[in-house]
Design a binder for this molecule. Structure first.
Ligand code: NAD
Length: 483
């Protein structure tokens, strides 16, 4: 298997290498085979990316917004045409099943490019009458924006950050996760092919130090991070030194509440999507599944029966619907949490073990009798581990659901619509679901409350985070001075 890119970085419209940078081996998580070798960015590479992004932003800001939109929409079309190739790269990079990547990665990236391409020409200021005088606002780009990605949705993250940044007239330097460095390079290539000026969207590789070097550079105006809460705190603090704009898309420990009037089969589908899609490596996962005591047994029985339909195998096989963890490190972290669950007294209903092969597979795992104080109910696991917690009344469950430092997502399954809306209003989370889970279409804002982040991605809301308003006051009569 081979997925070697022409070079490690993409700067100023072309691939560029600097072998002095630390070597990073890219593994296919399904068998541990090295599929590519790249190098982390050296200070020279970082400098080249910053210089070219700064120059390109000035050129790009002079384009009409309609022209900018056209480039993004053209990039969306190219992404869709290349979906098969991009999905294969994503599967090799992340280990996610090809049946997922074909419909959820490059396609979601293309949606973002198309949506923000369409929106670009409508990003305008406003006219404010002031009784004869008036003011108007100009929505200005911020300048050079930095995007830093996690490893679970590398293509989507590269586009969710790049598309709104570029639509608003900014340039971007994107640093993918060191675990999944391949697909963002393709996004950069496609933008060049679509007509983006050289340097508008650069990709450089590396670990946290490269991200830190970008965030602390005074030429950078904004940083958008997708990652864990501890990294978010560090990046936010660094950005604060330069008073930079930030968007933080961080981790979660989201609740999913299932009432006894819910359609059980539908609720089980929701719980599966909320815990086992992408082998559980989804930030918004509803991993604390609060099930009403009246339906607990029935729910667990249907859930475990449905999990028997999981097809674990080579992610490149279209029949496979459950792949490995993205890395050996993540597998070790998840297995450690499973051990803690057992040690702290939760009941292991199914799964709980690594699958003995050369890849980083873990069985889909369900715990019941989980209590709020257990480690597996408090910390983000980021793997295929579902915890069932029992509840008996509405007031109690909403209090327990909100008793977490995180606030990314929350869901409720019930047939009682007044209760559903009442609970959605009370959830302390940025993204809530009623009788569904884990959808994130580009038209709607996505993001977290509390420790799960700041700012919103997608939708018109993202424009707020990639522009700033300049206010211009205009007098139509002479100035009235006191003396
Ligand atoms: P991570 O925090 O370890 O790394 C994220 C990125 O930050 C990587 O590219 C890493 O190299 C970089 N980084 C690390 N230290 C840095 C520093 N000091 N300065 C600048 N950059 C630095 O996260 P991960 O393990 O790659 O991803 C998993 C996490 O991401 C989970 O917590 C998950 O919930 C979260 N996530 C959130 C969302 C969301 O939209 N809210 C989406 C996907 C993943």
């Amino acid at each position: 298997m081979h997925a070697q890119p022409p070079a490690s970085h993409y700067i100023n419209g072309q691939y560029i290498e600097d072998t002095k940078g630390e070597k990073i081996a890219v593994m296919y998580p399904a068998n541990g085979e090295v599929i590519a070798e790249i190098h982390a960015a050296t200070p020279d590479i970082i400098e080249q990316a910053l210089v070219s992004a700064q120059a390109a932003q000035k050129v790009w800001a002079e384009y009409s917004a309609t022209e900018r939109g056209r480039v993004l929409r053209c990039a969306a079309d190219i992404m869709r045409q290349c979906n098969d190739l991009l999905s294969e790269i994503e599967t090799l990079d992340t280990g996610k099943p090809i049946q997922e990547t074909l419909v959820a990665d490059a396609t979601s990236g293309a949606d973002a490019l198309e949506y923000f391409g369409g929106l670009a020409a409508s990003i305008t200021g406003e006219y404010i009458p002031l009784g004869g005088n008036f003011a108007y606002t100009i929505r200005q780009p911020l300048g050079v924006c930095v995007g830093i990605g996690a490893w679970n949705y590398p293509t989507q993250i590269a586009c969710w950050k790049g598309a709104p940044a570029l639509a608003c007239g900014n340039s971007m330097i994107f640093k993918p996760s060191e675990t999944t460095p391949l697909s963002a390079l393709k996004v950069a290539e496609i933008l060049t092919e679509a007509g983006a000026p050289d340097g508008l969207y650069n990709v450089i590789q590396g670990m946290g130090e490269v991200g830190h070097a970008l965030v602390s550079d005074p030429r950078v105006a904004k940083v958008s991070l997708t990652g864990s809460v501890p990294t978010g705190k560090k990046v936010y603090a660094t950005a604060a030194q330069g008073m930079k704009h930030v968007t933080m898309e961080l981790g979660g420990k989201s609740p999913l509440i299932i009432f006894d009037d819910a359609d059980i089969e539908n609720a089980v589908s929701g719980a599966i999507l909320a815990n086992f899609y992408s082998s559980g490596q989804v930030c918004s996962n509803g991993t604390r599944v609060f099930v009403h005591k009246n339906i607990r047994e029935k729910f667990i029985a249907r859930l475990t029966a449905r999990l028997e339909n999981i097809i674990i195998g080579d992610p490149l096989d279209p029949k496979t619907n459950f792949g490995p963890m993205a890395s050996a490190k993540q597998r070790a972290i998840v297995l450690d949490y499973i051990r803690k669950g057992i040690d702290e007294g939760a009941t292991l209903v199914c799964g709980g073990h690594a699958i003995e092969n050369s890849g980083y597979f873990i069985q889909p795992t369900v715990f019941s009798d989980v209590t709020d104080d257990m480690t597996i109910a408090r910390e983000e696991i980021f793997g295929p581990v579902l915890s069932v917690l029992e509840f008996s009344d509405e007031e109690e469950v909403i209090r327990r659901a909100n008793a977490t430092e995180f606030g990314l997502a929350a869901g409720v399954f019930t047939q009682d619509l007044t209760r559903a809306h009442r609970i959605a209003a009370k959830f302390a989370a940025g993204t809530c679901y009623i009788n569904t889970y884990n959808i994130a279409p580009v038209e709607a804002p996505f993001g977290g409350s509390k420790a799960s982040g700041i700012g919103r991605e997608n939708s018109k809301a993202a424009v707020e985070h990639y522009t700033e308003r300049k206010t211009v006051f205009v007098a139509t009569s002479p100035v009235e001075a006191p003396f």
